[in-house]
Design a protein around this ligand. Sequence first.
Ligand SMILES: NC(=O)c1ccc[n+]([C@@H]2O[C@H](COP(=O)([O-])OP(=O)(O)OC[C@H]3O[C@@H](n4cnc5c(N)ncnc54)[C@H](O)[C@@H]3O)[C@@H](O)[C@H]2O)c1
Length: 345
Amino acid sequence: MLQLITALAAAYSVATGRLPASAVRGAPTARRVAPSTRMALPIDLKGKTAFVAGVADSTGYGWAIAKALAEAGATITVGTWPPVLGIFQKSLATGKFDDDMVLSDGSKMMIEKVYPLDATFDAPADVPDDVKNNKRYAGTSSYTISEVAKAVGADYGKIDILVHSLANGPEVTKPLLQTSRKGYMAATSASAYSFVSLLQHFGPIMNKGGAAVSLTYIASERVIPGYGGGMSSAKAALESDTRTLAYEAGRAYEISVNTISAGALKSRAASAIGEKGEKTFIEYAIDYAKANAPLAKDLGSDDVGAVAAFLCSPLAGAVTGVTLYVDNGLHAMGLAMDSKAMERP
Ligand SMILES: NC(=O)c1ccc[n+]([C@@H]2O[C@H](COP(=O)([O-])OP(=O)(O)OC[C@H]3O[C@@H](n4cnc5c(N)ncnc54)[C@H](O)[C@@H]3O)[C@@H](O)[C@H]2O)c1
């Protein structure tokens, strides 16, 4: 802290040409505070309401973000894809996630409300009959983005935090060169446009000073073989849209818009990339990261949860339009340190 104050004072004097007060003889210098008596810098989200889109179990980033926001005192609501809504609600009701819900003070994270959400549809007229009549959607209704925003607005008035933690690419296992137009468009619709639509519909029910955060992946800007089906393109769109939406939603609603480029995590969605019985894409990606990242340690979903909570807090009130890497630094590497080509005789 002392260095920070000194650096700020120096920057001030350079910028203004004036000497900082501490440089004047006899002026009081920055007071050293013993570490034990220093005030903590808390992430305080008490009184804030969050909607986290893309939570269906406790293994993914959406769950970890919801938990970190709850840890900071926010009220948590989530949006869950209809095909997995039943199993998620049953698991919640039967206590399957109880251990994963324990917060640091011993209390349990409360998910106040679970809304069915299919982020590929904006309004009821968009839902085709084969989806309406699909048994995976049986018993659910009002799951399009505009309907969910309306329901959240009716239940909570305004909210403060919007999290987009969802992606879907039906042809993700196919290389881009073999991806169909339909598969490519589906990946972009579910994984990128969904964020645009969420902001369109939730923007009007967000408080000034609010925050929107999404999750992206390094395949948007570097070649990651195995992350196919147009998912790399969808993530590139998501990152570009983050900048444009930061400006547009910043001016329209005075909210921040950021995306976290997260490292590899063995979530349910990521585990689905690959063939059954074989080492999966995500298992390779995790091993690679540990062997090559500057910080050679496991990446936990809570690492991303904590950064998301920061981005949604007043502490990050001047941060918007950013793609923030939370990947143990892997994005910074230009060489694979465990490559055979790097072996020395
Ligand atoms: N797991 C990783 O290694 C990794 C790395 C970087 C970024 N991400 C991103 O993190 C986000 C969360 O993914 P995750 O890996 O934690 O897995 P996850 O399985 O926890 O989350 C994905 C969620 O998307 C939901 N979903 C799919 N299609 C949907 C739709 N049409 N409408 C609404 N919800 C839908 C799924 O039901 C699931 O709950 C995604 O954007 C993903 O691309 C993941």
